[in-house]
Design a protein around this ligand. Structure first.
Ligand code: NAD
Length: 337
């Protein structure tokens, strides 16, 4: 299939792009470089041995985006482009509504105009708000605790409404749990600017000496060691979920919501220990009071992805940490040169 990949130079998009090309799909990437750099396109080309077609543009620039639809006849869209910093979304809500919602309206308008009927959307487990029980299944009530989460719910609802008006539409909102890891080559991975929002990039910055210690928010939860338990998923497994979802859209129309998670959780201290093993470096940590709003345990019920897509995770926590570390270590060595 010929697929438009928005945000395809970003963390999850780049891993998915490699898998799409390797599976024989033709891709066109659009990205505004707000959270990545252009050299990722060359890395995708190096990993696939295929020249990558990409355009540096903002989805808010309708004319530029329409040119892409005029130039290429797409079978489907995988929509990764979006802003994802929860804290920033609280400070700058309009920026998030504009970039994540208005931009998606632009994209879907063009999909409608150019009759592109398949769409995979990067949603998030954040749409479950504060779930009352685990494992978390797709039929749980959705709610948002911040503007970022609201934007994910709004786009999901938009796709649902659109699917009702357009029976030929096939949409899948993939609700990611916590993606970590990197391509096994160590060429592409996640390298956030500033203070990371996620645990593994934070741990990685402690391992490389950019930060003194890991902050652990509470060690008195009712979990294996008292620290919070979350569902971590290797980015390669996550990327593969998009290929399976795409296959699904070839067979079925309508709108589906599907968790992509491992179906089990690891505690903060388990992740820390796995990263220490992978990196051979010590990760000092300091325990602080629990953070308001944090829950003890969160993990997915991944049964629906197994049933609909025949998909389940292949990689464990050790492998996630080994691959993350290879990427970070390569970056560090590159910077030393
Ligand atoms: N990484 C996670 O923990 C996580 C979890 C759940 C959901 N998601 C969602 O998955 C998607 C991809 O996440 P990621 O981790 O790869 O993030 P990322 O920031 O690495 O990738 C997003 C890409 O989109 C681009 N982009 C952003 N706004 C754009 C715009 N208006 N026009 C064109 N390009 C734009 C950025 O430059 C970036 O390359 C996002 O929608 C995110 O909300 C991520």
């Amino acid at each position: 299939m010929k697929i438009l990949v928005t945000g395809g130079l970003g963390y999850i998009g780049s891993h998915t792009a490699v898998q799409l090309v390797n599976a024989g799909h033709e891709i066109v990437i659009v990205d505004n470089l707000s959270n990545t750099s252009e050299d990722v396109a060359q890395k995708i080309a190096d990993l696939t041995q295929v020249e990558i077609v990409y355009e540096i543009l903002d989805l808010l620039d309708i004319a530029a985006l329409e040119n892409v639809f005029k130039t290429h006849k797409f079978d489907g869209v995988i929509h990764f482009a979006g802003l994802k910093a929860v804290g920033e979304s609280v400070e700058l809500p309009l920026k998030y509504y504009e970039n994540n919602v208005s931009a998606t309206v632009n994209l879907m308008n063009l999909m409608e105009k150019y009759k592109v009927n398949k769409m995979i959307f990067s949603s998030s487990a954040t749409v479950y708000g504060d779930p009352v029980t685990v494992p978390i299944a797709e039929d749980f009530k959705t709610s948002a605790t911040n503007p970022y989460g609201q934007t994910k719910i709004i786009v999901e609802n938009m796709m649902d409404d659109y699917s009702k008006a357009h029976p030929e539409f096939s949409g899948v909102a993939l609700r990611y749990f916590n993606p970590v890891g990197a391509h096994e080559s160590g060429l592409i991975g996640e390298n956030p600017n500033g203070i990371p929002n996620n645990l593994v990039p934070y741990i990685a910055q402690v391992a490389t000496g950019q930060r003194d210690h890991l902050r652990v928010w509470g060690d008195d939860y009712d979990t294996i060691d008292g620290t919070g338990v979350r569902d971590y998923i290797h980015v390669e497994d996550l990327a593969h979920g998009h290929l399976k979802a795409l296959e699904y859209t070839e067979k079925e129309n309508g709108m589906e919501y599907v968790n992509l998670g491992a179906g089990k959780g690891y505690s903060v201290l388990e992740v820390k220990a796995a990263f220490e093993k992978a990196s051979g470096r010590e990760i000092p940590h300091i325990v602080f009071e629990r953070r308001a709003g944090d829950i003890a345990t969160s993990f997915a019920n991944p049964q629906k992805a197994l049933q609909l897509f025949d998909w389940q995770v292949q990689y464990n926590l050790d492998r996630m940490c080994q691959d993350s570390w290879r990427f970070i270590d390569n970056l560090e060595k590159g910077e030393e040169k």
